[in-house]
Design a protein around this ligand. Sequence first.
Ligand code: SF4
Ligand code: MG
Length: 465
Amino acid sequence: CGVFGAVNVQDAANFVALGLHALQHRGQEAGGIITHHEERGFQSAHRFGLVRDNFTSAKLMETLPGSIGIGHVRYSTAGSKGATAIRDVQPFFGEFSMGGAAIAHNGNITNAEAIRRELIERGSIFQSSSDSECIIHLMARSIQKTHAERLKDALRRCEGAFSVIAMTRTKLIGVRDRLGVRPLVLGKIGDGYALASETCALDIIGAEFLREIEPGEMVVIDAKGVVSSRPFERTSPRFCIFEQVYFSRPDSIIGGRSVYETRRQIGVELAREAPVEADLVCPVPDSGTPAAIGYSQESGIPFAMGIIRNQYMGRTFIEPSEQIRNMGVRLKLNVNRALIEGKRVVLVDDSVVRGTTSQKIKQMILEAGAAEVHFRIASPPTTWPCFYGVDTPERSKLLAARMSEDEMRDYIGVDSLKFVSLDGLYRAAGELEGRNDSCPQFCDACFSGEYPVAPSDMIERGFEL
Ligand code: SF4
Ligand code: MG
């Protein structure tokens, strides 16, 4: 998901809508905005679909007045059951003795089911099926005197991954879990401030990027400025390495590094680790493009657009139903036949999850007359599901959990298939010594099976580590 907030700006809702539009790659199912205005109080709108199809109408935006606002774009992840209902769409709002507050959450709370059970037994009335709703109910039960203190109380009970943006009548609050699994950044715009999942959402509104919210940090922001605190026990951070590979936008800056540059460097590592003789290096667009550029630069094999993407399709993976996702590949990608015919092609993609994409692409590219097809993947084999806010299927559906690399090569039906090593990926992400196995610098559980936080709800449901 993507989160965005702005405070002390004129017509905050417009900034929030723009910020969410820049974060649309993080969630395309639905979006919501809440604002506060001195006279008209809290106002909200929650809609299915894209930001540009909803939060651009003057009629709707007029219903969201005020100089403070937050918003959320949603894609449903591991914990969510069934289809999204409009009441699952964030931000969530609650009335407290000291006034209303709203929250928008990116990540996944891994003990949310246990918390929910306990709260329901004690009388809480849940509205949604979302793990994030726990936060509002836990805040309601806290005895602290400010929203920020209540939010701290609530989040101290939550395990897993959370980058949260909250708002009260006058204050914008940002928090990251102590591992800092999901991103969150702070920007300055005029006399106001903005919080966003990624820096690309600051760029779109012309805000200056100040810094990242640190893992385990809370910032409380109002017209007077930013107050920082450290509500959680300190530990070494474990940022999601898959944000670097796929999830974030390539024009965002993470950890002081360009995501594009990290991805290009993954391609360089891949070319060193898994060279092959070929005529062309082609990306599977768009997610494989920067790595393909790196592979081409390092290997000297010319880069070419052998597969063309229909720009009017969204991210295939984020389509919740398997059927749509299966169709999706052809709706979204087509082979550039004139270029491919008779050529030995290196295809670069970011990841193999179920293997559906690679299989379909291989088929299209052979039909177009390619002489050889070599797959190079810009992440290690995905062998474990994510429980921290990225939607991966259950383990039995992960190709790499069932097959060796050679079996996957034969199953997909290509001449060769190679994945970047975990160390290569770490080097590309700026860790020149590679992965520190005794204390890894990132979360890489979907590749290594080493979960930095035990996914307790899932373990209770029978998931075996
Ligand atoms: Fe990211 Fe993978 Fe960790 Fe999930 S399990 S947070 S996708 S690195
Ligand atoms: Mg892709």
